[in-house]
Design a protein around this ligand. Structure first.
Ligand SMILES: Cc1cc2nc3c(=O)[nH]c(=O)nc-3n(C[C@H](O)[C@H](O)[C@H](O)COP(=O)(O)O)c2cc1C
Length: 142
């Protein structure tokens, strides 16, 4: 079966944007993903989500179908969906990175490469750039 990587962005409902709600969301997602062999990370910046999901295509499709309908966020927009030979995010079944409260030297590094407004990284509709951002986040925290 094909392994694939899916990246989307969305706008978070304000009530989800607190540490407790985000960690509940990530813990539930991680345990559901573990059952299906899905890996990935969820980045949060300026009230937006950027998520990458990797795994077998039929499982990625079914989880994404649920995510689209989830009322905790809206304007879910697919950025890329591709077959991959190897996975990048196998360290985590789902881990959250909140880019608004990252260490200053990491923020400075990211601001040199990625678009920002008021010092906040923006998740844009550019598959190459967003893939690169997610991989940078992974390396900065590994
Ligand atoms: C930003 C965001 C990311 C999510 N990521 C995942 C995920 O990686 N895996 C997952 O199973 N559910 C994830 N969810 C939750 C799903 O949308 C859905 O609520 C969950 O799969 C519950 O499914 P169930 O009704 O079958 O229990 C996410 C939700 C949001 C808002």
């Amino acid at each position: 079966m094909k392994t694939c990587r899916l990246i989307y962005r969305s706008i978070a409902k304000p009530e989800v944007l607190n540490a407790d709600a985000l960690s509940r969301l990530a813990n539930r997602a991680a345990s559901a993903n573990r059952q299906l062999g899905i890996c990935g990370i969820l980045a949060v910046s300026d009230g937006r989500f950027l998520q990458v999901l990797e795994g077998q295509s039929k499982f990625i499709n079914s989880v994404y179908a649920k995510i689209i309908k989830d009322k905790q966020h809206y304007d879910v927009e697919l950025i890329s969906f591709e077959s991959v030979v190897s996975t990048e995010f196998h360290d985590w079944n789902m881990k959250i990175f909140t880019l608004d409260d990252i260490e200053e030297h990491i923020r400075e590094h990211l601001l040199k490469k990625y678009p920002f407004v008021d010092n906040k990284i923006q998740f844009i509709d550019d598959a190459v750039l967003m893939n690169s951002l997610l991989i940078d986040i992974k390396h900065l925290y590994s």
